[in-house]
Design a binder for this molecule. Structure first.
Ligand code: UDP
Ligand code: MG
Length: 316
């Protein structure tokens, strides 16, 4: 049996070596093979230099996929899965926020409980601001209401799964990748275990509020067409309201004979309907944009080089 640890890295120069040490000590005496597949996602610091050193040393089997630029963590996961050879595969961050020792526990669960194909860790306690937690909680309830796939709240990309799950994920060649949705969409029996994220070892998080917001929109647009239906409903509703108002105005004019008042009403209505139309065009635009991106059929990532120990052994 072999386990592949897939580690997307973007500006993690201070973390990749300690990460490897943590893996080696966590898996000591585990009784099965493992490899680390680092994906250097266009880092601007010395991450690639560090990875090259780890690759040359091969203290444990190390592969490195070096991207031609930054493609994002989701593409990194895809590239890692494509280049991993294990029967079990694990996705884990490079910053040691997620403890490699927990992966060993995940493997044990898969070994002991054949009914599960995937073990996913969810954050039991979040060490982040209340506002962020509030938005995240609402995001999960919103997307679960809108979409046919159901996401487990707070479940992360920190997962270990069998080869069949990885093959299914690789079959989804979508350009805009939202891994939480992809994991849910492929299905398979998943065991959820709690974990508490450690503080980042070095460096800083790549996520700010704006990026998280965009990520959330990507998730909703990618996994639901409900926003398009909103446009239809909003259109029907405002048309019905306009019709009722028209009848009311005519009746008022005929019965009471008052002049139709309403400079303010007209302005408000124009602004409201204009805003609504722009919103609906925006929603449609999100889908059209994604269709456009997908129709170009571009690859999910471009690797400048792939360092594998199999090649290394052949041409030392
Ligand atoms: N990451 C990546 N490409 C990116 C952004 C992040 O490969 O464009 C990697 C990063 O190096 C780390 C993991 O994704 O290993 C999670 O990123 P981060 O720690 O910044 O996210 P957080 O833990 O704060 O959610
Ligand atoms: Mg992190």
């Amino acid at each position: 049996m072999k386990l592949s640890l897939i580690v997307p890295c973007y500006n993690e120069c201070g973390n990749v070596a300690p990460f490897q040490d943590a893996v080696i000590s966590a898996f000591e005496g585990c009784g099965y093979d493992y490899e680390i597949v680092y994906v250097n996602d266009g880092s601007k610091d010395t991450t690639m230099y560090q990875l090259r050193k780890l690759f040359e040393a091969q203290k444990c089997p190390v592969k490195v996929v070096n991207f031609s630029r930054n493609f994002g963590k989701e593409s990194g996961i895809y590239a890692g899965l494509s280049n991993a050879s294990g029967q079990y595969l694990s996705v884990i961050d490079a910053d040691l926020q997620q403890d490699p020792a927990l992966v060993r526990k995940m493997v044990e669960i898969l070994d002991e409980q054949p009914e599960y194909d995937m073990v996913a860790a969810y954050q039991d306690r979040r060490n982040e601001s209340r506002i962020l937690s509030f938005f995240k909680k609402n995001f999960y309830s919103l997307i679960n209401r809108l979409s046919t796939v159901k996401l487990k709240a707070d479940a992360s990309d920190f997962r270990t799964f069998r080869r069949n799950v990885a093959d299914s994920i690789l079959e989804l060649g979508e350009y805009h990748r939202f891994s939480k949705g992809i994991f849910a969409w492929v299905g398979y029996e998943t065991c959820y275990i709690p974990y508490v994220a450690n503080p980042r070892l070095t460096g800083e998080t790549k996520w700010n509020f704006r990026k998280l917001m965009n990520y959330a929109i990507d998730g909703i647009i990618g996994y639901s067409t409900a926003p398009l239906r909103f446009a239809t409903y909003a259109g029907c509703l405002s048309a019905a309201a306009a019709f009722l108002y028209l009848i009311a105005v005519i009746i008022e004019k005929l019965a009471v004979g008052i002049d139709v008042p309403g400079y303010a009403t007209v302005i408000v209505l124009i602004l409201f309907l204009g805003g609504l139309q722009l919103l609906c065009i925006g929603i449609i635009g999100e889908y059209v944009g994604r269709t456009f991106e997908q129709s170009k059929g571009r690859p999910i990532y471009i690797a400048r080089e792939i360092l594998t120990y199999e090649n290394k052994k052949q041409n030392p």
